[in-house]
Design a protein around this ligand. Structure first.
Ligand code: UD1
Length: 338
């Protein structure tokens, strides 16, 4: 079996990807220090797959500990690197923390991969690298240095680092996946998102409001130049996103020599914040108290993906729609309880 190290494998996207890797016959090995996730996720993975992947509680910035993981695991087919911070607002007040963790861990990982002869990497990037694109849907060749937060710039810097490293090492293969807005949960209800404290992201806030944990959702601005005045995003079911990582690994394995390729991962459709709220109400029959508030600093008006490259090159397409994702997010929230 092909062994794949999954950093951040206990996190939201990481855990769903571990499930898909197992289903595809890979042997995922989770490296996660649980600073933003919980060990219970491993039970959820086992409940879905009947398997318990190997788990190392290690900080990817701890070079010695991470080196021991590579030594213990022996031959590794590839790495999927999820472990990173992702709170946009926090990155504005604590940029060093973001650069240290997000860029620092990638430099450690690339060094260890070189030492241990591991040549395949899938990297978690984000549509945040585009900022507000001039043309929609946004293609992979749109300018990608317009991020509007330190978090976003850590992704820009990591992407550049990967291009430079691929240039320097003609055997290194890297796939850079630019996620749009991942939402939902595994349809089984065994794994999902576990936001710490008050959620920053829309859908966890919606489900917590529906569950009565939050009084009401504030829609951050309804005066944008969009269909109903609220921002447009491309919301993608986390299971579809997870599948793309497996396809990226499969695709790389079929290539000889250096690869450094960027792919958008979105549905190709944009939905407004209010459409998400109403879509949730329709999909679940549960009302979401909400009111319109001021714009959130740093938000872009509209962004959604052009997905033909992922489809044509990786053979990847989405199988879930917005309402499926909202239903699964609600199913998961109900399991978590109020
Ligand atoms: C942003 C980044 C994304 C990054 C993610 C990490 C962009 C375009 N996207 O996503 O790349 O991976 O952060 O967290 O930079 N909203 C409300 N009320 C709320 C919460 C959100 O109205 O209580 C609105 C926001 O204003 C936004 C939409 O919902 O219009 C989605 O917000 P969110 O879920 O936070 O994701 P992004 O900001 O799009």
């Amino acid at each position: 079996m092909k062994k794949v190290i999954v950093t951040g494998g206990a996190g939201f996207i990481g855990s769903h990807t571990v499930v898909e890797l197992l289903a595809a016959g890979y042997e995922p090995v989770i490296v996660d220090d649980l600073r933003n996730s919980e060990e219970g996720v491993l039970k959820g993975i086992a409940a879905i797959t009947g398997r318990s992947p190997r788990f190392h509680r290690v900080d990817c910035n701890d070079r010695m500990a991470f080196d021991r993981v590579f030594r213990e695991e022996g031959q590794v087919h590839g790495v999927i690197h999820f472990a990173a911070y992702k709170a946009v607002g926090e990155s504005v007040s604590e940029p060093l923390k973001y650069y240290h963790n997000n860029v620092g861990s990638l430099t450690v990982l690339l060094g260890l991969m070189a030492e241990h002869g591991v040549k395949r990497l899938v990297f978690s990037s984000s549509c945040t690298v585009y900022g507000q694109p001039e043309q929609l849907p946004v293609t992979e060749s749109s300018p990608d240095r317009n991020a509007n937060s330190p978090y976003g710039y850590t992704k820009v810097v990591c992407e550049q680092l990967l291009r430079d490293q691929c240039h320097a090492d003609p055997l290194l293969q890297a796939v850079l996946l630019r996620y749009f807005n991942p939402i939902g949960a595994h349809p089984s209800g065994h794994i999902g998102e576990l936001p710490l404290g008050v959620p920053n992201n829309l859908v966890p806030f919606v489900t917590q409001t529906a569950a009565g944990i939050r009084k009401q959702l504030i829609v951050h601005g309804a005066d944008y130049a969009t269909r109903d005045g609220s921002c447009v995003r491309d919301y993608i079911h986390v299971v579809d996103l997870a599948r793309a990582h497996v396809m990226a690994l499969d695709w790389m394995a079929g290539k000889v020599g250096s690869v450094c390729e960027v792919f958008n991962l979105g549905t190709g459709e944009g939905n407004t914040v209010l459409e998400v709220v109403h879509g949730f109400e329709e999909a679940t029959g549960v009302k979401v108290h909400h009111s319109i508030g001021p714009r959130r600093p740093g938000d872009v008006e509209s962004v959604y993906a052009e997905t033909s490259k992922s489809r044509d090159v990786l053979g990847w397409t989405c199988t879930y729609g917005l309402k499926d994702a909202l239903r699964d997010a609600w199913n998961w929230q109900q399991r978590l309880g109020a």
